[in-house]
Design a protein around this ligand. Structure first.
Ligand SMILES: Cc1cc2nc3c(=O)[nH]c(=O)nc-3n(C[C@H](O)[C@H](O)[C@H](O)COP(=O)(O)OP(=O)(O)OC[C@H]3O[C@@H](n4cnc5c(N)ncnc54)[C@H](O)[C@@H]3O)c2cc1C
Ligand SMILES: *[C@@H]1O[C@H](CO)[C@@H](O)[C@H](O)[C@H]1NC(C)=O
Ligand SMILES: *[C@@H]1O[C@H](CO)[C@@H](O)[C@H](O)[C@H]1NC(C)=O
Ligand SMILES: *[C@@H]1O[C@H](CO)[C@@H](O)[C@H](O)[C@H]1NC(C)=O
Ligand SMILES: *[C@@H]1O[C@H](CO)[C@@H](O)[C@H](O)[C@H]1NC(C)=O
Length: 495
C-alpha cells in the first residue's frame, strides 16, 4: 500500500504504459472472399482525396486506435474519406458486398465492436473543419475532430459549443449520443444544441437533416448513433465564452469525509447553472483518492461558493482562471487509455452525505476486491446536474425518452488489463450498479427506471432500458431509411 501522503494524480501517468496488444484477426467468416478486394474497390472508386490504408502504415495504426483495448480490433484496411460523396460510395460498396465495417470519430466507445471492426475501419479524421458563422451564432464542425480541437478553434471568436467534459472525446459519439458537459446546466446536452447534421444515408445519398427538413431523422439521430447512416459534419449553436474559473483538486482517503461533505453541501445549495462540479472516487492500483473538478463559467467564482472544497486538506490543486479547453484538459483521464474497460450508469435525484458514503463504500469495497485480481482502476464518478438540465431543447430526441425532470448520476468505470477477467469485471460492475440502485431506492429516490445514458451503458443493456417508449418510433425510422440493413454491418446499439 502506498502511503497516502505520497499520492497525487501523477501515479496515473504510470498507467500510460499499459497498452495492451490487440490480437489480430483475419477474415474468418464464410462467404466473404470478396472482402480482401473490397478495400481495393473502395480505393479505386473514391476521389483522390479519400485514402485506404493497410497494416504497416502509421495512418492505419491511428485509424484503428481506440481509447479502450477491449474495443480495439485490427481491421482489414482503414479508410479515411475526405468528402461526404466518398462516404456514400464506400457505404454502397460495403452494402453490396455485405462487408463489416466500423465508424470511428474519437474512438472512446468502450464496448467491443461499437466503433471497431475486423472489416473496413472508417476513420473520420479528414472531416476536420471548424467554420464559425457569427450571423447565425453556429459552428459547423467535422466529425473527425475531438472536442478539445473544437473548443480551441472557437477560442479566437470568444465562443464555445456544448461537447465533452474530458479530453480526447470525439465529436461523433457526443453529437449522436448525448453530451454531458460543464455547460449542460445552462444549455442542455451536446446534441440538444445541434441544429443540422450532414448525413450520408445508408444508400449513399448525402443529405442535410434539420428539424424542418426531416423531423423524424432529426429526432432519431440525437441518440441513435450510427443506425441511420454516417454523419460527416454537425452544426451546433455557439455561446459566448470568456475565461472560466476552476480545475482539479484531489483528496487522499483520510479526507474523503470532508470532500463528501463539500459535495453534498454544494448540491444542497446548487441553483446557479454556471456552477458545475465533477467528482471522481477512485481506487487505482490499491490507492484511493478523490479528484474533483470545480467549474464556474466566469473568470471568478461567486464568493464562498467553493470554499469548503478548498478548505479540506488536499494532496494537489490545479485551480485558476483559464481557457475553457484548459479546464477540460485538467482531468487527465486519457492517461488511463489502453486498458480493457466497462462503464455503467446510475441516476440520482439527490446527492447527500449518506449517498456519497454509499458511493465511497462501493469504490473501496470493489476496489479492494478487484484490484487483488486484475483491475487497475475502479472509478465512481458523481456528476451532479440541476433537475432543469433537460429543459434546453426545442424538439424531442431519441434519448432520453422522457424529459419530465433531469437527474444527476453516478458513472462507474472499471479498467483492467487481462481479457481473462472480462466476465468477472462485467459481473462486478452489474452487481455494483444493482446494489446502488437498491440503496438509492431504499433512500426514497425514484430512480430504478430512469433511462440509462447509452454512452455509459455496458454491452448487455437492453434498448428498452435506454430508449424506453421511443423504441418503436426509432425502429420504424430505421426500417424506412435503411431497408437493406446496411448499418447492421457496423457495431453499436442496433434498432
Ligand atoms: C475517458 C472518457 C471520458 C468521457 N467523458 C464524457 C463526457 O464528459 N461527457 C459525455 O457525455 N460522455 C463522456 N464519455 C462517454 C463518451 O460520450 C462516449 O464514449 C462517446 O461515444 C465517445 O465518442 P467518440 O466519438 O470518441 O467515440 P467512437 O468510439 O468513435 O464512437 C462512438 C459511437 O458513435 C458512432 N459514431 C461515431 N462517429 C460517427 C459518425 N460520424 N457517424 C455515425 N456514427 C458515428 C460509432 O460508430 C460508435 O458506435 C467519456 C468516455 C471516456 C472513455
Ligand atoms: C449549503 O447547504 C448546507 C446544508 O443545507 C448549509 O449548512 C450551508 O451553510 C450552505 N452553504 C454553503 C456555502 O455550503
Ligand atoms: C492527455 O491529454 C492531454 C491534454 O489534452 C495531452 O497533453 C496528453 O498528451 C494526453 N496524454 C495521453 C497519454 O494521451
Ligand atoms: C459496501 O459495498 C459492498 C459492495 O456492494 C456491499 O456488499 C456492502 O454491504 C456495503 N457496505 C455498506 C456498509 O453499505
Ligand atoms: C436513398 O434513401 C433516401 C431515404 O430513404 C431516399 O429518399 C432516396 O430516394 C434514396 N436514394 C436512392 C438513390 O435510392
Amino acid at each position: 500500500m502506498v502511503a497516502f501522503a505520497d499520492l497525487s494524480l501523477s501515479f496515473l501517468f504510470g498507467l500510460s504504459s499499459f497498452t495492451v496488444p490487440v490480437t489480430s484477426s483475419g477474415f474468418l467468416d464464410a462467404g466473404n472472399v470478396l472482402r480482401s478486394t473490397v478495400c481495393e474497390q473502395i480505393a479505386t472508386e473514391v476521389s483522390s482525396s479519400s485514402i485506404v490504408y493497410y497494416a504497416g502504415s502509421s495512418q492505419y495504426t491511428k485509424d484503428n486506435y481506440h481509447w479502450s483495448a477491449s474495443s480495439s480490433h485490427d481491421s482489414e484496411c482503414s479508410f479515411e474519406p475526405a468528402t461526404a460523396e466518398d462516404v456514400g460510395i464506400a457505404l454502397r460498396i460495403l452494402g453490396q458486398t455485405q462487408t463489416q465495417f466500423g465508424i470511428k470519430s474519437g474512438g472512446h466507445a468502450a464496448n467491443a465492436g461499437f466503433s471497431s471492426t475486423p472489416g473496413v475501419q472508417i476513420a473520420m479524421y479528414s472531416f476536420s473543419d471548424v467554420v464559425y458563422d457569427s450571423a447565425t451564432q453556429t459552428a459547423t464542425v467535422g466529425t473527425g475532430l475531438l472536442w478539445d480541437d473544437v473548443y480551441a478553434a472557437l477560442e479566437q471568436y470568444s465562443v464555445t459549443v456544448v461537447g465533452a467534459k474530458v479530453t480526447g472525446i470525439g465529436v461523433g459519439g457526443i453529437a449522436l449520443g448525448g453530451g454531458y458537459s460543464y455547460l449542460t446546466n445552462q444549455h442542455g446536452l451536446g446534441f440538444d444544441n445541434v441544429v443540422a447534421y450532414e448525413l450520408v444515408l445508408p444508400n449513399g445519398t448525402v443529405t442535410d437533416i434539420t428539424s424542418s427538413t426531416d423531423p423524424d431523422l432529426f429526432f432519431a439521430l440525437r441518440g441513435g448513433f450510427n443506425n441511420f447512416g454516417i454523419v460527416t459534419r454537425v452544426t451546433l449553436k455557439t455561446y459566448p465564452q470568456a475565461q472560466v474559473w476552476g480545475g482539479r483538486i484531489s483528496y487522499s482517503l483520510d479526507q474523503w469525509e470532508g470532500a463528501s461533505s463539500a459535495i453534498a453541501n454544494f448540491w444542497a445549495n446548487a441553483t446557479d447553472p454556471k456552477a458545475s462540479i465533477y467528482n471522481t472516487y477512485n481506487y487505482i492500483s490499491g490507492v484511493a483518492e478523490i479528484s474533483t473538478i470545480l467549474f464556474y463559467d466566469a473568470p471568478t467564482c461567486p464568493e464562498g461558493m467553493f470554499d469548503e472544497f478548498l478548505s479540506v486538506p488536499h494532496i494537489e490543486k490545479d485551480i485558476s482562471t483559464r481557457s475553457y479547453v484548459s479546464l477540460v484538459q485538467s482531468l487527465p483521464l486519457n492517461v488511463t487509455s489502453g486498458l480493457r474497460s466497462v462503464f455503467h450508469w446510475v441516476a440520482m435525484e439527490e446527492i447527500t452525505v449518506p449517498v456519497l458514503n454509499m458511493v465511497a463504500n462501493e469504490t473501496l469495497s470493489w476496489g479492494a476486491e478487484l484490484t487483488g485480481s486484475s483491475a487497475r482502476i475502479i472509478s465512481y464518478d458523481v456528476d451532479p446536474y440541476l433537475p432543469t438540465l433537460y429543459d434546453h431543447v426545442d424538439s424531442p430526441t431519441a434519448y432520453p425518452p422522457t424529459r419530465d425532470r433531469g437527474y444527476s448520476f453516478i458513472q462507474v468505470y472499471y479498467g483492467w488489463a487481462d481479457s481473462n477477467y472480462d466476465e468477472t469485471m462485467f459481473d462486478a460492475v452489474d452487481a455494483s450498479a444493482q446494489h446502488m440502485i437498491q440503496a438509492l431506492t431504499d433512500d426514497g429516490q425514484d430512480i430504478a427506471n430512469v433511462a440509462v445514458y447509452p454512452n455509459n451503458a455496458p454491452p448487455d443493456t437492453t434498448l428498452e432500458r435506454m430508449y424506453g417508449d421511443n423504441l418503436p418510433r426509432l425502429r420504424a425510422i430505421k426500417k424506412a431509411v435503411d431497408p437493406d440493413n446496411v448499418m447492421g454491418l457496423t457495431g453499436g446499439w442496433k434498432f
